[in-house]
Design a protein around this ligand. Structure first.
Ligand SMILES: [Zn+2]
Length: 415
């Protein structure tokens, strides 16, 4: 498990690998992504199957508590950390002589799996950077995943030994999200609609996400007044008051950022100006531990809302048909000596102005990509930013960028 250098709450659940029994017949396995189980009277439903590596651990954990067959599996969405552990569930059924569980998901899950297959190399590349790991071959590929047997649109009611289970479609982190509601037990099993940190819309390398619809979904869940809220990541929430707080305040945070961006767009501000406004949550929301920006962060959400309503142009005239970064940097170096820029980058770095230091040092590297001194300075700056960055995704992207710069130095020159 990675240590967290920023002394903020850690994105890794301290209960990772353990099963938490919430009440008789209801349990949650804490993985990197969680699996929720409801069981009793000879049947069991699993909400998600965790990742390819953690599916087996989830099955082993629930088998210490119940022998009942898993008759239903629901994918809350098609992300690999939630839906790719299914093989272990099917193996368990085969070993015990049980029929295979029927897998339900929203109809968009199948489309997502096809997109992953079409862009397998890109998915492997961006997930390697996002999670900061040397990805085993095929981990993020579509190969080896198990397709849903049955799909729905809108909403679907299933049964667990006569007990109703509602599957409700939502858009949030993904367009294929399902939250599961069991009215008798008043438990909401919500996948990544709650992830125990600031919602991760605006992931820098991934497709469009849905900030406003996410807030609306949380409000719909809160209106059901759940007693238990079992999220896709992080701890289970118990008690009506706690569930209400987490759902309503997370929705409020998303609406706040969404509305701040939309107001600026309507006022005629360009995307580049909105980003530079550095929108922040009000202190009473920013201080909530379940909204800590330890996975995604506010600045990423701002960008996703802009992308939802606007095109790709930042609004800067030079960026409509941009010159190459190398030409731009060389023009600057033609009037300003390299040493002057590097001294400025170093002094900004030493005074803790890391982002300004990086912007300056990057200009020099754009002009002279093979300049070892400049490459090392850039790598030092991005590593320093990584160490100070609370967001897991941002930290890993900076760390990966630093490693890539230094690797470039050790590679022989291309023929
Ligand atoms: Zn997730």
């Amino acid at each position: 498990m990675a240590t967290n250098p920023s002394a903020q709450p850690d994105v890794f659940d301290p209960m990772m690998g353990q099963l938490e029994v919430i009440e008789p017949g209801l349990a949650m396995f804490h993985g990197f992504a969680n699996v929720a189980f409801a069981y009793g009277r000879g049947e069991m439903i699993a909400i998600d199957t965790s990742s390819r590596q953690m599916g087996e651990l989830a099955v082993a954990a629930i088998r210490k508590v119940t022998d009942e067959p898993v008759t239903l599996i629901v994918y809350t969405h098609g992300h690999a950390d939630h839906a790719f552990g299914t093989a272990a569930f099917h193996q368990d059924a085969a070993l015990r002589g049980y029929p295979r569980a029927r897998i339900w998901a929203h109809e968009e899950v199948a489309r997502r799996f096809r997109r992953y297959a079409r862009t397998e190399g890109w998915q492997a590349h961006i997930n390697r950077l996002q999670f900061g790991i040397a990805t085993p071959p095929g981990l993020f590929s579509a190969a080896g995943h198990v397709e849903p047997d049955l799909t729905y649109r809108g909403m679907q009611v299933l049964e667990l030994v006569g007990e109703a289970i509602e599957l409700q479609h939502a858009m949030g982190e993904t367009d294929d999200a399902t939250w599961v509601w069991m009215p008798l037990r008043r438990v909401a099993m919500v996948g990544d609609l709650i992830m125990s940190s600031l919602p991760n819309t605006g992931n820098p390398n991934k497709v469009q996400r849905y900030t406003l619809e996410w807030a609306e979904a949380l409000e719909r869940i809160a209106a059901r007044r759940p007693r238990y809220l079992l999220p896709g990541h992080g701890p289970a929430y118990r008690s009506e008051e706690r569930c209400e707080e987490v759902l309503r305040q997370t929705a409020r945070a998303l609406r706040f950022i969404h509305d701040e961006v939309v107001r600026r767009l309507n006022d005629g501000q360009w995307p580049v100006e909105i980003v530079e406004d550095d929108i922040q949550l009000p202190p009473e929301l920013a201080s909530k531990p379940f909204l800590a920006p330890i996975y995604g962060c506010t600045a990423f959400i701002v960008r996703d809302v802009i992308r939802r309503y606007a095109g790709w142009w930042s609004g800067q005239p030079s960026q409509l048909f941009p010159v190459s970064r190398r030409d731009h940097a060389r023009d600057l170096l033609a009037v300003c000596r390299r040493e002057v820029l590097l001294d400025r980058a170093r002094s900004l770095k030493n005074s803790g102005e890391l982002k300004r230091a990086l912007a300056m040092a990057e200009l020099v590297i754009d002009a002279e990509p093979g300049d070892e001194e400049v490459v090392r300075l850039n790598a030092e700056i991005v590593q320093a930013i990584a160490l100070s960055e609370p967001s897991f995704i941002a930290r890993n992207l900076f760390t990966g960028a630093g490693q890539k710069l230094l690797q470039g130095l050790t590679k022989p020159n291309a023929p």
